[in-house]
Ligand binder design. Sequence first.
Ligand SMILES: Cc1cc2nc3c(=O)[nH]c(=O)nc-3n(C[C@H](O)[C@H](O)[C@H](O)COP(=O)(O)O)c2cc1C
Length: 230
Amino acid sequence: MILVVHSSPKKQGNLERLVALTAQSSGHDYDMIRLADLTIHPCTGCVQCARSKRCVQGDDMHAVYPRLEQIDGLILGGVNYNGRVNSLAHVFMERLFPLYHQTPTLRNLPVAIVAVGGEAPEKAAEDMAGYLKNIYFCNVVGAALFLSDTPPCFSCGLGPKCPVGIPALTWKDKDLQSFTRVRKEMFLRFEDNPDVVLAARRLGETLATSIAGEWGRPRSGGGFYLPSSG
Ligand SMILES: Cc1cc2nc3c(=O)[nH]c(=O)nc-3n(C[C@H](O)[C@H](O)[C@H](O)COP(=O)(O)O)c2cc1C
């Protein structure tokens, strides 16, 4: 079983569809958690989770911890907001801390990263991959990225007029002059980009290979173990 967790607040947005394609490509059963639907508070720093491996805050993360202890692989999706992964993904990763202590539950868990950004999806991917590898010892098997070319200025209503909007700040004069209104075709869909579709498919397959691989996830959370035969 694979758990898909993503941080786009948009239902059926590019990120949600891209993580779904990645999961389908793995061939595994999967469940999806949309972080925007949950109430997850920031870590309070009390570290009471060290013994119990559970957070004292009674929010929606409580239902997520046992699921993370059962899964074979994780797909984590995030979007770039203001140059980094958005806060829903960040608070989720922060609140994985209860699973860190003593025998880290997430050690060697195969993880696939999926990221969407208007201009820099790789920033969100790097944030998520670095966090999960360096703090929780996850086995990050790869990432699929979609550069959506969609700044928030396309949906705010002021698009062509705002002097500090992305078009005014980054577009060439020639393009800006002809930008009078936001058109439907300016909202790109990852399905129209074969490279992105291929990347998601490959990532799902790679995740499946890693799950089946000779270095499987140690169920105890750590210790000495040998590759399984066959
Ligand atoms: C508040 C906000 C800030 C954003 N900042 C950035 C940014 O700094 N860099 C970037 O690449 N994209 C940025 N974006 C654009 C989103 O990453 C882009 O719209 C993406 O397609 C969202 O994916 P989704 O529609 O699947 O949620 C921002 C969007 C919002 C709403």
